[in-house]
Design a protein around this ligand. Structure first.
Ligand code: CUA
Length: 310
């Protein structure tokens, strides 16, 4: 399982935050060692001994006062300067048009690619090595987008847009997590960023733009009918199915091509898909997908249809 270790930055944005943490950490550790060391030394070296007279009484020392005001002042100025510089590198102004729009929902992430029109959920593909300007939105409550290896944290706010930059230096899978408490399934609002080689990313994007082929017979065709009549269609979009264009829940046009279901909670296997559509509340209590009380046969047919959505 790929990790989400913030101490292993994999983008210029995450690295600027990491470097700031390391440099500040070194400075603060040095200050601690000098101050604590001085105190320990004074306690041991100048402790009261039996029969010793009172120490010499001094009323301040202007030179020392000036020096120990001036040094901390310089340190604070330096920390301020490196913080500003890290902020500039870690969070540059957004591009005029976003490359990616990420929307937080209870309890999943929608990702739209405005230039191509592609859309996906939870598994966000990006081209490796390219900085993407990301616009963050929320459909319901406050969420927080955070992929520690790649970028800073940023809240998604209903009715307000925020921006971050997202980049992965190398191809790979990077894990993130909603980090603002947003309801009962907050802990299962995982973000998976998959950085592909640029050519592979283009292929993925092209595949995402294909419309679904509607099966005309067999279990899959019956499953499509269930999708249209058992009210799945009231929340989920599938491009190619007339009327299936609402975006309350994840777009399912290519659901079978995703690795996981329920926002990173379970692997996308035939058994898990069946479990999920049979009783979503048993898998992810509090998810907004209700239990439609499908019969075993109906669930099989629906799963069979969903497995065609590659
Ligand atoms: Cu969404 Cu926490």
């Amino acid at each position: 399982m790929p990790s989400s270790n913030a101490l292993d930055p994999q983008s210029p944005f995450a690295r600027s935050i990491y470097d700031l943490g390391i440099v500040s950490g070194i400075i603060l550790t040095l200050i601690f060692v000098i101050v604590a060391g001085g105190i320990v030394y004074a306690i041991l070296r100048f402790r009261a001994r039996p029969g010793e007279p009172d120490p010499r009484q001094v009323l301040g020392n202007r030179k020392v006062e000036i020096v120990w005001t001036f040094i901390p002042f310089l340190i604070v100025i330096f920390l301020f300067a490196i913080t500003l510089s890290a902020m500039n590198r870690g969070d540059p102004p957004p591009a005029p048009t976003p490359d990616l729009i990420v929307t937080g929902h209870q309890f999943w992430w929608q990702a739209d690619y405005p230039a191509s029109g592609a859309t996906t959920a939870n598994e966000i593909h990006i081209p490796a090595g390219k900085p993407l300007s990301v616009r963050l939105e929320s459909q319901d409550v406050l969420h927080e987008f955070w992929v520690p290896k790649l970028t800073r944290k940023m809240t998604t706010v209903p009715g307000h847009t925020n921006y971050i930059w997202l980049q992965a230096d190398k191809p790979g899978t990077y894990i993130g997590q909603c980090s603002e408490f947003c309801g009962i399934q907050h802990a299962w609002m995982r973000i998976v960023v998959i950085a592909d080689e640029p050519a592979r990313f283009e292929e993925w994007q092209k595949a995402q733009l294909k419309v679904a082929q509607n099966p005309s017979d067999g279990a899959a065709a019956k499953g499509l009918q269930i999708f249209r009549t058992a009210t799945c269609i009231n929340c989920h979009a599938i491009h190619g199915v007339p009327g299936a264009n609402l975006r309350v829940a994840p777009d399912l046009t290519h659901v079978a091509s995703r690795q996981q279901l329920a926002s990173g909670m379970i692997d996308n296997t035939p058994e898990n898909m069946l479990r999920w559509i049979t009783n979503p509340q048993a898998v992810k209590p509090g998810a907004l997908m209700p239990d439609f009380n499908l019969t075993k046969e109906q669930a099989d047919e629906l799963a069979s249809y969903l497995s065609t959505l590659r």
